[in-house]
Ligand binder design. Structure first.
Ligand SMILES: [Fe+2]
Ligand SMILES: [Fe+2]
Length: 308
């Protein structure tokens, strides 16, 4: 028999063009989503909240997530700061505003998960306490990095840190909802890195910055992981008893956060940093950066590192 019964084809032949287009669009969307499951433009309703499993919540993971939620939700301030620094570049400002909205969404998703994991947790009031402790200079009209190329280089370092952190958290946690959130955030952070890398490469043609200067900015920004932002986020996010101790809070955060990392995460991060600095990721510096990062992060997270 050369073909199936013609009756099978009648509904399709008779279907209005609009229906066929809708079916095709739905099929195309499902194909795209299956290829890019954690692509852009996700919303809180895309998170499978109903799959939450309280028994799989690790108290140390919860502490780290509460701190991360503070910093991420503060994204709007960074967006305002970037739009001040790049005030004459409306195209970049539009990208920065979208970026800031995505960062805020990261914070809201993590905060909502923390409220599920800890029913006594009040995300909004913890965030207000964080804001009382720490605020960035949103009124600055020039980059605190000395140049706009330098500013973008520092942003690449931050996105390298967040993409590796959420990848490590995604791979290290058992709770399915948190795993899904981290997968979506990690994909966003890798995209953010590319956004700032592309902008930096564009700016460096008319505001050049030497490799040495970029390296200084990159290392300086990495060192700021110990500054007040993460420490106060850990302190306020976890409602630690006062007074606020920056060193103790930074150490408590780092030990837990770095405990999730595996060598593959630092390898990719070292690759990204080398690229941002303008050196070959596979060259001597790139290799050295990967090794040093694993030495430092591996050591700092040793207390909370479980077997892979
Ligand atoms: Fe983020
Ligand atoms: Fe980001």
């Amino acid at each position: 028999m050369p073909c199936a019964s013609p009756r099978k084809w009648l509904p399709l032949q008779a279907a209005p063009t609009k229906t066929i287009v809708a079916i095709a669009a739905a099929w195309l969307r499902s194909v795209l989503l299956s290829v890019m499951p954690h692509s852009r433009n996700w919303t809180l309703s895309d998170i499978p909240w109903g799959h939450f499993q309280a028994a799989r919540v690790d108290p140390d993971v919860l502490k780290v997530v509460k701190a991360a939620a503070m910093v991420e939700r503060n994204g709007a301030d960074y967006g305002r700061y970037l739009c001040n620094v790049f005030a004459d570049d409306p195209t970049f400002c539009d990208l920065a505003r979208t970026w800031a909205t995505e960062e805020e969404q990261h914070g809201i998703a993590l905060g909502r998960w923390a409220e599920l994991a800890d029913p006594n947790y009040k995300f909004d009031s913890a965030f207000q306490q964080f804001r009382d402790l720490y605020q960035i200079p949103v009124d600055a009209t020039a980059s605190v990095r000395g140049s706009r190329t330098g500013e973008l280089c520092a942003r690449c370092v931050v996105e390298t840190g967040t993409s590796s952190f959420y990848s490590a958290l995604r791979d290290g946690v058992d709770e399915p909802v948190l795993k899904a959130i981290c997968a979506k955030i990690a994909a966003d952070e890798f995209r953010h890195y590319k956004l700032f890398l592309n902008a930096m490469q564009r700016y460096s043609t008319h505001e050049p910055l030497s490799v040495a200067a970029r390296l200084r900015i990159a290392l300086g920004r990495m060192n700021e992981a110990d500054d007040d932002e993460l420490a106060s986020a850990y302190f306020a996010g976890n409602a630690l008893p006062g007074p606020y101790d920056r060193n103790a809070s930074a150490a408590a955060y780092s030990a837990r956060a770095f405990g999730f990392y595996r060598q593959r995460h630092t390898k990719r991060a070292g690759h990204m940093i080398a690229q941002a600095v303008g050196l070959s990721p596979d060259g001597v510096f790139g290799q050295l950066m990967q090794k040093v990062m694993w030495l430092v992060i591996g050591f700092m997270g040793r207390r909370f590192r479980t077997a892979a």
